[in-house]
Design a protein around this ligand. Structure first.
Ligand SMILES: [Zn+2]
Length: 566
């Protein structure tokens, strides 16, 4: 019998790559046959196909799963969910930190947008123009249905957020007081409805940094422990879903362990960053997490492969004020600050302090984000510009600021800056990768490129993780923790989400500023290197750095209700 007679027919054949299946199993050469949006054959695949993708020299991996995004609003104006697919991401989870946009009553729409503006640094004009005046949803079920109707290039799952749920029940008082038992009961009904409609879980935040409209705390921060415990309890009743939380006073490991033990559902928290609890503080958290997990208590810290950044101007230099040399600045008014910044003795003291201290390297890594008198330095590294001009970075920062009436904006890495600690966090078995915050802080930072940074910097350059382990951390691990069951692995029968990348070149570019958001708002993006192709449910959506689907046409992404495409 001729081989041709038994040869299978596929829609798409990914030929001759290095298969990394996402489980951590060793890479092996092979092909991937895709039919009807699903993986039909893995290994040495005989057959023909409508389309053959040559993967020679490339890794063929499951599409990456980013479980920490904030695309809840952007999904209504950007069906491509840029820039995640650029970096190989084929599924995203939104609603993180409890900041969803559903359920929302029409009367509260502006409050929700103003919360996103404050807490996630999104442009209010862009949000208003992007979602439009008439939102296509009120309930969480309608929210998922609206996303489905519009379509997306990649798959979307959503957590139900504590903040919109609280706002729905309590109105503006949600930022002011604890809820009554009756109100908690109503919130519980909303969380249950959302889980029934397909929410992947429940998300909340107690972080003091989460300040919402009019400088008020976001609603979830005012919740009592009883309220949080009760709402998280819905996961136990539903016997499904994950809890995601941003830590804060009264919400940390003890509370997470209590919730997990009561609900038997995983708790994934944000975020364990290097330097957060002092130079070695992460160790105790890693040990405690490992000990909890060893006895089946699934409390999992999210870690990040990128430094945490903060934006500031020298008129309010809060990230530098912990240094004693800055004390006179803290005590001075604006005119006094200008005088100090020009004073040679102060400059010398600050230079010495920066050069000797732990802050020296991060200071050089500061990015000048805005300098009105000379836009050519914008989005450039302070250390690079200083070296070009033959001046100390401290003098450059002060001179630029003085020339711009202290309006020059800087972005400085403050946490997760020590590569040795980041390596420890990334490699530790008790952690998971999270906190890309894709879609949030759009004009200040962009970590949606974390997957390519992980593969380029932490796998290839620093050898912190094997390629197989890094792929596992971008695919099966997040899918499993967040209950995404129909994808994340290269196995017959699963959805054909595939990322093909060149392990020798994969990586991400420095950030660049674009103005492609509604109402002309700007944002930062990072370009991907080495991502050859991105396949979503069997459809190639990106190839060699370009979209291969029409952003205005039919798109292959699916809504992951309860963790799977319905
Ligand atoms: Zn977040």
């Amino acid at each position: 019998m001729l081989q041709r007679d038994v040869a299978e027919r596929f829609d798409l054949l990914v030929r001759g790559g290095l298969l990394i299946d996402g489980t951590g199993a060793p890479a092996r050469p092979g092909d991937l046959g895709i039919r009807g949006g699903r993986i039909a054959a893995v290994g040495t695949v005989q057959g023909t196909a409508d389309r053959v993708l040559d993967a020679d020299g490339a890794v063929v991996a499951p599409g990456f799963v980013d479980i920490h995004t904030h695309y809840d609003a952007q999904v209504f104006w950007d069906r491509m969910l840029t820039i995640s697919p650029w970096h190989g991401v084929t599924s995203v989870v939104m609603g993180n930190c409890g900041f969803g946009v559903a359920p929302t009553r029409p009367a509260h729409r502006d409050l929700v947008l103003r919360t996103l503006e404050s807490v996630e640094g999104m442009s209010l004009e862009a949000l208003r123009a992007g979602i439009g005046a008439a939102w296509p949803f009120e309930s969480f079920a309608e929210f998922l249905a609206a996303i489905e109707r519009r379509g997306t290039a990649i798959n979307v799952g959503a957590l139900v957020g504590h903040t919109p749920v609280r706002l729905w029940v309590m109105g503006e008082e949600a930022t002011e007081r604890e809820a009554t038992d009756e109100e908690i009961g109503q919130m519980r009904g909303l969380v249950r409805d959302a889980l029934r409609a397909g929410a992947l879980g429940f998300a909340t935040s107690k972080s003091p940094t989460h300040v919402g409209w009019a400088g008020r705390p976001v609603p979830s921060r005012i919740a009592s422990w009883h309220e949080i415990e009760t709402l998280a309890g819905c996961l136990g009743e539903a016997a499904g879903g994950v809890m995601q939380a941003t830590i804060g006073p009264g919400l940390f490991l003890d509370q997470f362990a209590a919730i997990q033990e009561r609900t038997h559902r995983p708790v994934s928290w944000t975020a364990l960053l290097g330097g957060m609890l002092g130079p070695d503080g992460h160790r105790a958290v890693l040990e405690r997490s490992a000990a909890l997990q060893a006895r089946g208590v699934r409390v999992i810290p999210q870690v990040s492969c990128r430094p945490l950044m903060v934006e500031f101007q020298l008129k309010a230099p809060f990230p530098l004020e912990s240094m004693s040399v800055m004390k006179p600045v803290s005590q001075a008014d604006l005119a006094g600050r200008r005088r100090l910044y020009a004073d040679p003795a102060f400059r010398r003291a600050l230079r010495e302090r920066i050069d000797e201290g732990r802050i020296g390297a991060p200071f050089r890594d500061i990015t000048i984000t805005e300098h009105p008198p000379d836009p050519s330095v914008a989005d450039r590294r302070l250390g690079d510009v200083a070296a070009e001009r033959g001046v100390h970075p401290v003098d450059l920062a002060l001179d630029l600021s003085l020339a711009a009436d202290l309006e020059t904006r800087f972005r400085m890495p403050i946490l997760n800056t020590d590569p040795a600690i980041v390596a420890e966090l990334l490699a530790h078995p008790a952690t998971m990768i999270g906190l890309s915050d894709a879609g949030a802080h759009a004009s200040q930072l962009c970590d949606a490129c974390a997957p390519t940074e992980l593969l380029g910097t932490w796998v290839r350059e620093r050898g912190v993780l094997s390629l197989e382990e890094a792929v596992r951390r971008l695919t099966t691990q997040p899918a499993e923790v967040f209950g995404i069951t129909d994808r994340g692995r290269l196995a017959p029968g699963l959805a054909a989400d595939v990322t093909v990348f060149d392990p020798a070149t994969v990586g991400c570019s420095p950030l660049r500023r674009v103005r492609d958001f509604p109402a002309g708002a700007d944002r930062l993006v990072s370009d991907a290197h080495g991502i050859r192709a991105v396949v979503v449910n069997g459809v190639v959506v990106r190839e060699d750095g370009r979209d291969t689907v029409d952003p205005a046409g039919p798109l292959p992404g699916r809504v992951l209700r309860g963790g799977r495409a319905s």
